[in-house]
Design a binder for this molecule. Structure first.
Ligand code: SF4
Length: 94
């Protein structure tokens, strides 16, 4: 006759609590991985000044007050990079 594997109640609770303890670490690790997807400023020719009237504050990817969805680090509202995407309804003529 085949014997079923058994697990004690104490062992089950211990394993369950370990799993719950690991969950927040896994979530944080996932968030950090996501953050590392951002481009380095050098890779997108970022500069702290506008380029031909284009500036971060007018870009769809800008996150006020000083961040960007796709570029890493502090981003000036007056900056610019090669990934610039004009916000809908904005014009860049000076
Ligand atoms: S111009 Fe570049 S750095 Fe500035 S908000 Fe847009 S994508 Fe980000």
């Amino acid at each position: 006759m085949e014997q079923k594997p058994t697990i004690s109640r104490r062992k089950f609770l211990k394993l369950s609590s370990c799993s719950l303890a690991i969950l927040p670490v896994a979530i944080i690790a996932t968030d950090r991985t996501r953050a590392q997807v951002k481009a380095k400023k050098e890779a997108v020719n970022y500069q702290d000044t506008p380029n031909n009237g284009q500036k971060c504050v007018d870009c769809q990817l800008f996150q006020p007050p000083n961040a960007c969805i796709v570029v890493d680090g502090d981003i000036s509202p007056e900056g610019w990079c090669s990934l610039f995407v004009l916000k809908q309804g904005n014009a860049t003529s000076d």
